[in-house]
Design a protein around this ligand. Structure first.
Ligand code: FES
Length: 101
């Protein structure tokens, strides 16, 4: 379930229900109760790219204070990944949509 390049590796998850969401167009798995940040980092090396460089970002405070974890949804709005629960069928992007000015 975990990709080899994922930032987070699950070690002992057995009791939570799996769910599916799309990340950059590919179907990936999470567990019920994951934050979006956890779900993305269990499937990718970074949450998003930095605004002023090519480095990947993975959040910083993990408690809604630093604003480092805002990521895009395919339908436009951004969400704060560390304080938003992942949900079945979410469609998330780690890169800014091309249509964004
Ligand atoms: S990681 Fe700091 S606000 Fe989300």
């Amino acid at each position: 379930m975990t990709r080899p390049d994922a930032r987070i590796t699950r070690l002992a998850e057995t009791g939570r229900t799996p769910l599916w969401f799309r990340l950059d167009g590919r179907e990936v798995a999470a567990l019920a109760g994951d934050s979006v940040l956890t779900a993305v980092l269990a499937n990718a090396p970074a949450l998003r790219l930095a605004e002023f460089g090519t480095e990947g970002r993975a959040g910083f405070c993990l408690m809604g204070a630093c604003q480092d974890c805002w990521i895009w949804q395919e339908n436009g709005p951004r969400i704060r990944a560390c304080s938003t629960p992942v949900a079945e069928g979410m469609r998330l992007l780690t890169r800014t949509p091309e249509a964004w000015p």
